[in-house]
Design a binder for this molecule. Structure first.
Ligand SMILES: *Cc1c(COP(=O)(O)O)cnc(C)c1O
Length: 226
Protein backbone atom coordinates (compact mmCIF):
# COMPACT_ATOMS: atom_id res chain seq x y z
CA UNK A 1 0.00 0.00 0.00
CA UNK A 2 1.35 3.48 -0.82
CA UNK A 3 2.01 5.94 1.99
CA UNK A 4 -0.92 8.05 0.83
CA UNK A 5 -3.25 5.03 0.71
CA UNK A 6 -2.09 4.13 4.22
CA UNK A 7 -2.70 7.68 5.48
CA UNK A 8 -6.13 7.75 3.88
CA UNK A 9 -7.03 4.44 5.52
CA UNK A 10 -5.96 5.83 8.91
CA UNK A 11 -7.91 9.07 8.46
CA UNK A 12 -11.00 7.15 7.36
CA UNK A 13 -10.71 4.81 10.34
CA UNK A 14 -10.36 7.78 12.71
CA UNK A 15 -13.41 9.41 11.10
CA UNK A 16 -15.44 6.23 11.55
CA UNK A 17 -14.36 5.96 15.19
CA UNK A 18 -15.37 9.59 15.83
CA UNK A 19 -18.77 8.88 14.26
CA UNK A 20 -19.22 5.86 16.52
CA UNK A 21 -18.33 7.88 19.63
CA UNK A 22 -20.84 10.56 18.63
CA UNK A 23 -23.55 8.10 17.53
CA UNK A 24 -23.44 9.57 14.04
CA UNK A 25 -23.99 8.00 10.61
CA UNK A 26 -20.55 7.79 8.92
CA UNK A 27 -22.30 8.26 5.59
CA UNK A 28 -23.05 11.85 6.61
CA UNK A 29 -19.41 12.92 6.98
CA UNK A 30 -17.37 13.49 3.83
CA UNK A 31 -13.61 13.72 3.62
CA UNK A 32 -12.29 16.62 1.55
CA UNK A 33 -8.66 15.76 0.75
CA UNK A 34 -6.97 19.17 0.68
CA UNK A 35 -4.44 18.90 -2.13
CA UNK A 36 -3.02 22.42 -2.40
CA UNK A 37 0.65 22.28 -3.47
CA UNK A 38 0.35 18.48 -3.86
CA UNK A 39 1.51 17.25 -7.26
CA UNK A 40 -0.54 15.22 -9.74
CA UNK A 41 1.14 11.89 -9.03
CA UNK A 42 0.28 12.06 -5.36
CA UNK A 43 -3.28 13.12 -6.09
CA UNK A 44 -3.54 10.13 -8.44
CA UNK A 45 -2.36 7.87 -5.63
CA UNK A 46 -5.20 9.20 -3.50
CA UNK A 47 -7.69 8.65 -6.35
CA UNK A 48 -6.41 5.09 -6.77
CA UNK A 49 -7.01 4.61 -3.04
CA UNK A 50 -10.66 5.53 -3.57
CA UNK A 51 -10.62 9.24 -2.66
CA UNK A 52 -13.09 11.09 -4.87
CA UNK A 53 -13.28 14.60 -3.35
CA UNK A 54 -10.46 17.15 -3.28
CA UNK A 55 -10.12 20.66 -1.89
CA UNK A 56 -7.96 23.34 -3.47
CA UNK A 57 -7.05 26.90 -2.44
CA UNK A 58 -5.62 28.53 -5.55
CA UNK A 59 -7.50 29.03 -8.80
CA UNK A 60 -4.68 28.60 -11.30
CA UNK A 61 -3.30 25.53 -9.55
CA UNK A 62 -6.77 24.00 -9.41
CA UNK A 63 -7.42 24.79 -13.07
CA UNK A 64 -4.27 22.93 -14.11
CA UNK A 65 -5.07 19.92 -11.93
CA UNK A 66 -8.67 19.70 -13.07
CA UNK A 67 -7.52 19.95 -16.71
CA UNK A 68 -5.14 17.03 -16.08
CA UNK A 69 -7.32 14.82 -13.87
CA UNK A 70 -10.78 15.80 -15.02
CA UNK A 71 -14.05 15.41 -13.26
CA UNK A 72 -13.85 11.75 -12.36
CA UNK A 73 -13.51 13.29 -8.89
CA UNK A 74 -15.21 16.27 -7.26
CA UNK A 75 -13.37 19.56 -6.57
CA UNK A 76 -14.13 22.05 -3.79
CA UNK A 77 -12.63 25.49 -3.21
CA UNK A 78 -11.75 25.60 0.49
CA UNK A 79 -9.74 28.84 0.64
CA UNK A 80 -10.80 32.46 0.41
CA UNK A 81 -11.74 33.95 -2.94
CA UNK A 82 -11.32 37.38 -4.53
CA UNK A 83 -14.46 38.81 -6.13
CA UNK A 84 -12.73 39.28 -9.48
CA UNK A 85 -12.07 35.53 -9.63
CA UNK A 86 -15.71 34.55 -9.07
CA UNK A 87 -16.25 33.37 -12.63
CA UNK A 88 -13.24 31.04 -12.60
CA UNK A 89 -14.37 29.61 -9.28
CA UNK A 90 -17.87 28.87 -10.60
CA UNK A 91 -16.36 27.20 -13.66
CA UNK A 92 -14.12 24.96 -11.58
CA UNK A 93 -15.75 24.00 -8.30
CA UNK A 94 -18.73 21.94 -7.17
CA UNK A 95 -18.76 23.63 -3.76
CA UNK A 96 -17.24 26.94 -2.63
CA UNK A 97 -16.61 26.79 1.14
CA UNK A 98 -15.63 30.34 2.02
CA UNK A 99 -18.17 32.95 0.94
CA UNK A 100 -18.00 35.74 3.52
CA UNK A 101 -19.46 38.89 1.94
CA UNK A 102 -22.46 39.81 -0.16
CA UNK A 103 -20.41 41.40 -2.93
CA UNK A 104 -18.65 38.09 -3.52
CA UNK A 105 -21.97 36.22 -3.41
CA UNK A 106 -23.41 38.58 -6.02
CA UNK A 107 -20.40 38.05 -8.27
CA UNK A 108 -20.76 34.27 -7.92
CA UNK A 109 -24.48 34.49 -8.67
CA UNK A 110 -23.82 36.55 -11.80
CA UNK A 111 -21.14 34.11 -12.95
CA UNK A 112 -23.47 31.18 -12.34
CA UNK A 113 -26.19 32.83 -14.45
CA UNK A 114 -23.70 33.21 -17.29
CA UNK A 115 -22.64 29.58 -17.04
CA UNK A 116 -26.16 28.20 -16.62
CA UNK A 117 -25.27 26.70 -13.25
CA UNK A 118 -26.63 26.76 -9.74
CA UNK A 119 -23.55 27.12 -7.56
CA UNK A 120 -23.40 25.42 -4.17
CA UNK A 121 -21.79 27.58 -1.47
CA UNK A 122 -21.05 27.70 2.25
CA UNK A 123 -20.63 30.83 4.37
CA UNK A 124 -17.34 31.09 6.25
CA UNK A 125 -17.76 32.32 9.82
CA UNK A 126 -14.89 33.96 11.72
CA UNK A 127 -15.92 33.14 15.25
CA UNK A 128 -12.85 34.36 17.11
CA UNK A 129 -12.70 37.64 15.16
CA UNK A 130 -9.15 36.89 14.05
CA UNK A 131 -7.75 39.58 11.74
CA UNK A 132 -5.69 37.02 9.86
CA UNK A 133 -8.72 34.98 8.83
CA UNK A 134 -11.57 35.77 6.54
CA UNK A 135 -15.16 35.00 7.44
CA UNK A 136 -18.24 36.88 8.48
CA UNK A 137 -18.70 37.76 12.16
CA UNK A 138 -21.35 35.54 13.80
CA UNK A 139 -23.51 38.59 14.54
CA UNK A 140 -23.54 39.50 10.85
CA UNK A 141 -24.25 35.96 9.65
CA UNK A 142 -28.08 36.17 9.73
CA UNK A 143 -28.12 39.15 7.36
CA UNK A 144 -25.67 37.52 4.96
CA UNK A 145 -27.65 34.26 4.97
CA UNK A 146 -30.84 36.11 4.11
CA UNK A 147 -29.13 38.10 1.35
CA UNK A 148 -27.60 34.99 -0.20
CA UNK A 149 -30.86 33.07 0.06
CA UNK A 150 -32.39 35.60 -2.33
CA UNK A 151 -29.80 34.98 -5.06
CA UNK A 152 -31.44 32.50 -7.44
CA UNK A 153 -28.26 30.94 -8.84
CA UNK A 154 -26.63 30.20 -5.50
CA UNK A 155 -27.64 27.34 -3.24
CA UNK A 156 -26.54 27.92 0.33
CA UNK A 157 -25.82 24.54 1.93
CA UNK A 158 -24.38 25.54 5.30
CA UNK A 159 -21.45 27.04 7.18
CA UNK A 160 -17.66 26.67 7.34
CA UNK A 161 -15.18 27.72 10.00
CA UNK A 162 -11.47 27.63 10.82
CA UNK A 163 -10.95 28.09 14.56
CA UNK A 164 -7.74 29.54 16.00
CA UNK A 165 -4.88 27.03 16.06
CA UNK A 166 -4.45 25.17 19.35
CA UNK A 167 -1.87 22.53 20.25
CA UNK A 168 -4.68 20.59 21.94
CA UNK A 169 -7.60 19.93 19.57
CA UNK A 170 -9.99 19.81 22.54
CA UNK A 171 -9.63 23.58 22.70
CA UNK A 172 -11.21 23.86 19.26
CA UNK A 173 -14.35 22.02 20.38
CA UNK A 174 -16.21 25.14 21.65
CA UNK A 175 -15.74 26.77 18.24
CA UNK A 176 -17.13 23.73 16.44
CA UNK A 177 -20.08 23.52 18.80
CA UNK A 178 -20.70 27.25 18.39
CA UNK A 179 -20.80 26.86 14.60
CA UNK A 180 -23.37 24.13 14.92
CA UNK A 181 -25.46 26.24 17.28
CA UNK A 182 -25.25 29.21 14.93
CA UNK A 183 -26.36 26.93 12.09
CA UNK A 184 -29.31 25.71 14.16
CA UNK A 185 -30.36 29.31 14.89
CA UNK A 186 -30.03 30.32 11.23
CA UNK A 187 -32.07 27.29 10.22
CA UNK A 188 -34.89 28.34 12.53
CA UNK A 189 -34.64 31.94 11.35
CA UNK A 190 -34.67 31.23 7.62
CA UNK A 191 -36.26 27.82 7.16
CA UNK A 192 -33.28 26.80 4.99
CA UNK A 193 -32.00 23.24 5.62
CA UNK A 194 -28.32 24.33 5.99
CA UNK A 195 -27.29 20.70 6.24
CA UNK A 196 -23.53 21.14 5.81
CA UNK A 197 -20.92 22.06 8.44
CA UNK A 198 -17.40 22.29 7.02
CA UNK A 199 -15.07 22.15 10.01
CA UNK A 200 -12.03 20.22 11.16
CA UNK A 201 -8.56 19.85 9.61
CA UNK A 202 -5.68 17.39 10.15
CA UNK A 203 -5.19 18.29 13.81
CA UNK A 204 -8.78 18.40 14.94
CA UNK A 205 -11.12 16.60 12.52
CA UNK A 206 -12.12 13.97 15.08
CA UNK A 207 -13.30 16.61 17.54
CA UNK A 208 -15.07 18.40 14.68
CA UNK A 209 -16.94 15.22 13.75
CA UNK A 210 -18.01 14.72 17.35
CA UNK A 211 -19.35 18.29 17.23
CA UNK A 212 -21.32 17.69 14.03
CA UNK A 213 -19.03 18.28 11.02
CA UNK A 214 -20.36 16.96 7.70
CA UNK A 215 -17.27 17.96 5.69
CA UNK A 216 -13.76 17.68 7.12
CA UNK A 217 -10.90 19.34 5.23
CA UNK A 218 -7.77 17.26 5.70
CA UNK A 219 -4.46 17.90 3.95
CA UNK A 220 -1.32 17.15 5.98
CA UNK A 221 -2.63 13.92 7.53
CA UNK A 222 -3.12 12.50 4.02
CA UNK A 223 -0.33 14.02 1.92
CA UNK A 224 2.29 14.82 4.56
CA UNK A 225 3.79 18.19 5.34
CA UNK A 226 3.52 20.92 2.72
C1 LIG B 1 -4.82 23.92 3.93
C2 LIG B 1 -6.21 23.94 4.44
C3 LIG B 1 -6.75 22.84 5.11
C4 LIG B 1 -5.98 21.57 5.42
O1 LIG B 1 -5.14 21.78 6.50
P1 LIG B 1 -4.27 20.58 7.12
O2 LIG B 1 -3.89 21.10 8.46
O3 LIG B 1 -3.12 20.37 6.21
O4 LIG B 1 -5.16 19.41 7.21
C5 LIG B 1 -8.08 22.91 5.51
N1 LIG B 1 -8.84 24.00 5.28
C6 LIG B 1 -8.33 25.08 4.65
C7 LIG B 1 -9.22 26.25 4.42
C8 LIG B 1 -7.02 25.10 4.22
O5 LIG B 1 -6.53 26.19 3.61
Amino acid sequence: MSAIAQNLAEVRAAMAAACRRAGRDPGRVRLVAVSKTVDLDRIKEAIDAGQDLFGENYLQEARDKIAALGRQVSWHLVGSLQTKKAKAAVELFDLIHAVDRFKLAQALDAAAVGLGKVQDVLIQVNQAGEDTKSGVAPAAAPELVQQIARLPHLRLLGLMTMPPWFPDPEEARPYFLALRELRDRLRTLTGLPLTELSMGMSGDFEVAIEAGATLVRVGTAIFGRR
